[in-house]
Design a protein around this ligand. Structure first.
Ligand code: NAD
Length: 483
């Protein structure tokens, strides 16, 4: 399977796989073996232009289809994912180090989300008003036309689905750039589009870097909306590119530094297992991972001991191609070195490292499951995204104090509280400054029928999932009818 699955490496434009104009390619390295396992065509500005042309040509017919017809295509794509699960599992293991246990969640949600967005295409409607005498007025929702999508590397298939699902359901066509670190899930998805006969040009998929490919999408004069998921720094660059080109609508899903509060009346085992899963899933490479734990002082020794045991057990790293592996490596050398630099910092500062703290293997980009304790609130371990299996655990005494500390961040993606007191749970859920709050549960728990997105610098310009998300892929028009 290894060689075959990595054979198709070209761009997907107008329903065909084509080489990049420049002929340039970039390498993909297996993070477990550190070996080059494939090379992929790199899109440049000319490739973006021809992809946009194809999407423009496809738009009139695609947007004129019935909602049911668009829904049928998305539903068939979900079925094709199901038929090709083993292939996706293999690809993500060898290109980004995600083990099969992690991919099960990605595959299940990807299929569910595609079907959800397809089935809700029919719910895209406007409003009517008889409030003005002599008039019947209405608002209608129409697709933008050509939209852009730019995705990160950490859950490639799911990220692709969250962009193309609602965009295509609403009648838009799309040019999507995958991440240069993990382009293969998108390439395989493109082949599924061919298999279900998705009309040519409706979805165009480019492999390439932020510059020039991503920037060209963000600046393109014929792209009217762009949805981006990735880091805050790139989100800023995309907003700037939009303002310097055609003021395209921008929605940004960005980073996080999620706090998890454990009160002394919390269901302790549940809190321990949830916190452990949250930081170890995909080796901590998850935007919403609970990275800052605040545990009430009276239960801190018991909680931390149980957490250490759970992290040590569930954090054993292994070969992500094997079925029983719990946790794989970091995605590449850059992320690996970045995570290790935070661990070096913790040591230099003399912070207590209660578990791990080092690279985990001689070969491959593996980092120990790590717990750092009692970190000052202004330290970079508290303020910055580490994107690794590194948990900071601090203690607190009272509710007001911990809320101030939990909210003292520019991020606001996901927060959690563990307590048995319903009044406190609701009070704290209301006070936490985040787009999502887990009560006695935490990330990556999310549901497709409720909006997902960040407060503060974790996001801007809309939400993903839910009916609210579908609406963001349409523009409103008011029509006034004189009677
Ligand atoms: P990144 O910002 O480095 O890259 C994301 C994408 O943007 C890639 O495809 C990249 O090629 C592209 N890009 C880079 N520079 C660009 C530019 N100037 N113009 C246009 N495109 C450009 O992020 P990453 O390292 O791939 O992903 C990790 C980040 O993503 C973390 O911060 C994480 O928290 C965030 N993330 C957020 C969510 C969410 O839903 N909020 C989900 C997953 C990941």
């Amino acid at each position: 399977m290894a060689t075959d699955s990595l054979k198709e490496n070209r761009l997907f434009i107008n329903g065909e796989f084509v080489p990049s104009f420049s002929g340039k390619k970039f390498d993909i390295i297996n993070p477990t073996t550190e070996e080059v396992i494939a090379s992929v065509h790199e899109a440049d500005v000319g490739d973006v232009d021809r992809a946009v042309e194809a999407a423009k040509a496809a738009f009139p017919a695609w947007s004129a289809l019935s909602a049911q017809a668009r829904c049928d295509y998305l539903s068939k794509l979900a079925d094709e994912i199901e038929k090709n699960e083993e292939l996706f599992i293999h690809l993500e293991a060898v290109t980004m180090g995600m083990p099969p246990s992690g991919m099960k969640f990605v595959l299940a949600t990807s299929k569910q989300y595609l079907k959800y967005f397809g089935s809700h295409a029919m719910d895209i409607t406007g409003e009517t008003s008889l409030n003005t005498p002599g008039y019947l007025n209405m608002s209608i929702r129409q697709p933008y036309g050509v939209c852009g999508g730019i995705i990160p590397w950490n859950a490639p298939l799911l990220m692709l689905i969250t962009k193309i699902g609602p965009a295509l359901a609403a009648g838009n066509t799309m040019v999507l750039k995958s991440s240069e670190k993990s382009p293969f899930a998108s390439i395989v998805f493109a082949s599924l589009c061919q298999r279900v006969g998705l009309p040519k040009g409706v979805l165009n998929i480019l492999s390439g870097f932020g510059q020039p490919c991503g920037e060209a999408i963000a600046k393109h004069m014929d792209i009217r909306r762009i949805s981006f998921t990735g880091s805050v720094a790139t989100g800023r660059a995309i907003q700037k590119a939009s303002s310097e080109s055609n003021l395209k609508d921008v929605s940004l899903e960005l980073g996080g530094k999620s706090p998890l509060l454990v009160f002394d009346d919390a269901p302790l085992e549940k809190a321990v297992m949830s916190a452990t899963f949250s930081i170890l899933y995909n080796s901590g490479q998850v935007c919403m991972a609970s990275t800052r734990i605040y545990v009430q002082e009276s239960i801190a020794p018991k909680f931390i001991e149980a957490l250490k045991q759970a992290m040590a057990q569930m954090g054993v790293p292994g070969d992500p191609t094997l079925a029983d592996t719990k946790r794989g490596p970091q995605v590449d050398k850059l992320q690996f070195s970045r995570v290790l630099s935070y661990l070096d910092h913790a040591k230099e500062q003399g912070f207590e490292i209660a578990l791990g703290g080092n690279k985990a293997r001689d070969k491959g980009y593996f980092v120990d499951a790590t717990i750092v304790r009692n970190v000052p609130e202004d330290d970079k371990l508290i303020k910055e995204e580490i994107f690794g299996p590194v948990l900071v655990v601090n203690t607190f005494t009272g509710e007001e104090e911990v809320l101030t500390r939990a909210n003292d961040t520019e991020f606001g993606l996901y927060s959690s509280v563990f307590t048995s007191d319903i009044s406190r749970a609701l009070r704290v859920a209301k006070a936490l400054e985040a787009g999502a709050v887990g009560v006695n549960c935490t990330s990556p728990f999310m549901v497709v029928d409720l909006p997902m997105g960040g407060w503060k610098q974790s996001g801007a310009g809309g939400r993903e999932f839910s009916k609210a998300c579908l609406d963001t892929w349409t523009q409103l028009k008011s029509v006034f009818i004189s009677l």
